[in-house]
Design a protein around this ligand. Structure first.
Ligand SMILES: Cc1cc2nc3c(=O)[nH]c(=O)nc-3n(C[C@H](O)[C@H](O)[C@H](O)COP(=O)(O)OP(=O)(O)OC[C@H]3O[C@@H](n4cnc5c(N)ncnc54)[C@H](O)[C@@H]3O)c2cc1C
Length: 377
């Protein structure tokens, strides 16, 4: 066991009990966390921590960063896990891996401190799984991209100061016409829609975004024009590993609370934990936690060795989130009616699990990726 990682985990758990636990139910009602929580995360060293020191990070291994996602999910704060994941596990690596030196120096330290909250804007009302069909377009005029269009379901969308935006710079040539822009949300022509009402992840902001003759300086092009789709495919394994960290944390957390509950609750003169069904349901959950954990750790090692394939990352995303949903459902059942009450955190594990099978690429798309590797197109 990495003693330093465990120390860091303890620090983060203390942060969760001080800064998150007392307020989380209110944030769920409000449908958003306060902006200040991002500054608190940054000040306490919990954002983008695996970035190199020259860009404001701490240069620690990726498992330190993913631990924050896993622990947030384990404590039942799925919205916090998803928010951190979007910022640190998805957005930051794009800039680090593809950005120019000037882009890295400008954006990354601000993301570490929490001064800048980042989001990623790919999905549109008419294009989710089929990303090549996006219609938001960017036309280069002199040294400025003029952007028109809209995005939907964008995580961190209300708080975002920076959106990594997928746009069409050349129409009618599919994936080859896609580019990525680093968009400052304060620019004229950038409009945030309302905070969307979801069935879970209630404390996370998810928004529509609109662009009306938005002027983006050409120097905010991320990487090369026309290579946006290639970059998205390249970075998705990290995003999907982050989703698996969330799934693993959530499975562990659901097992923690259920183990305790069934030993307290009685029916027919005995503890619920003494029914064979309860024991088998919990054992099944534990066995699958171990399987998800082993698969996750293996992928993490492959990622660190730059050998994590798109197929393996997709397989883990699919397996871990299917398991998360199944386990949350099975364990909630052991709470009886109390499991359906918001007062019991198991209900949150259940509603927060559902979207994990949808975002980051649906699990049907994950199976397509795995099947393509087996069978070809
Ligand atoms: C809470 C939340 C947060 C999100 N955050 C972000 C974000 O931060 N940034 C972002 O860009 N997007 C985000 N998304 C969008 C998410 O990635 C998309 O919803 C997802 O990729 C699916 O796209 P869609 O909703 O358009 O569904 P569709 O693509 O319309 O799919 C509908 C159904 O058809 C199935 N399907 C589609 N194509 C195939 C196929 N080839 N084979 C088999 N089945 C298929 C799908 O699996 C699904 O079951 C978020 C979504 C949600 C709900």
């Amino acid at each position: 066991m990495d003693a330093e990682l465990e120390l860091y985990r303890d620090n983060f758990r203390r942060f969760l009990s001080e800064y998150i636990e007392p307020f989380y139910p209110d944030w769920e009602k409000e449908g958003i966390m306060p902006r200040s929580i991002w500054n608190a995360l940054g000040e306490n060293g919990f954002l983008c921590i695996d970035l190199p020191q020259e860009y404001g990070g701490y240069g620690v291994p990726i498992e330190y960063s993913l631990m924050l996602v896993e622990e947030s999910a384990r404590a039942g704060y799925g919205a916090l896990a998803a928010s951190i994941s979007c910022h640190s596990e998805i957005a930051a690596p794009y800039i680090l891996h593809i950005g120019t030196e000037a882009q890295k120096k400008y954006w990354l330290p601000k993301m570490v401190s929490g001064e800048v909250v980042a989001a990623i804007g790919m999905t549109e009302p008419g294009a989710g799984s089929d990303l090549q069909a996006i219609r938001t377009n960017a036309v280069l005029e002199q040294s400025t991209y003029i952007v028109n269009g809209s995005k939907t379901f964008i995580s961190n969308g209300q708080h975002a100061d920076l959106v990594i935006l997928a746009v069409k710079t050349t129409p009618n040539i599919g994936a080859k016409g896609i580019s990525l822009l680093l968009v400052d949300t304060k620019l004229l022509g950038f409009k945030k829609g309302s905070n969307l009402k979801k069935i879970g992840l209630h404390a996370q902001d998810t928004s529509e975004l609109f662009f009306d003759n938005l002027h983006v300086p050409q120097e905010q092009l991320l990487g090369q024009e026309g290579k946006g789709f290639f970059y998205l495919m390249k970075e998705l394994p990290r995003e999907r590993t982050g989703i698996a960290a969330q799934a693993l944390g959530s499975i562990k957390g659901a097992i923690d609370v259920t183990t305790q509950y069934v030993q307290e609750r009685s029916a027919f003169g005995q503890k619920v934990s003494q029914f064979q069904n309860s024991r088998f349901v919990l054992a099944h959950a534990k066995i699958n936690e171990l399987a998800v954990s082993a698969f996750y750790k293996e992928n993490l090692e492959l990622y660190k060795a730059h050998q994590l394939s798109v197929e393996r990352a997709a397989a883990l995303k699919c397996f871990s989130t299917d398991m998360q949903m199944k386990i949350a459902d099975n364990l909630l059942q052991l709470f009886g009616g109390y499991g359906y009450m918001q007062e019991y955190v198991i209900s949150r594990f259940f509603v927060d699990a559902r979207v994990q099978k949808i975002y980051g690429g649906t699990n049907e798309i994950m199976k397509e990726i795995v099947a393509r590797e087996l069978l070809g197109r």
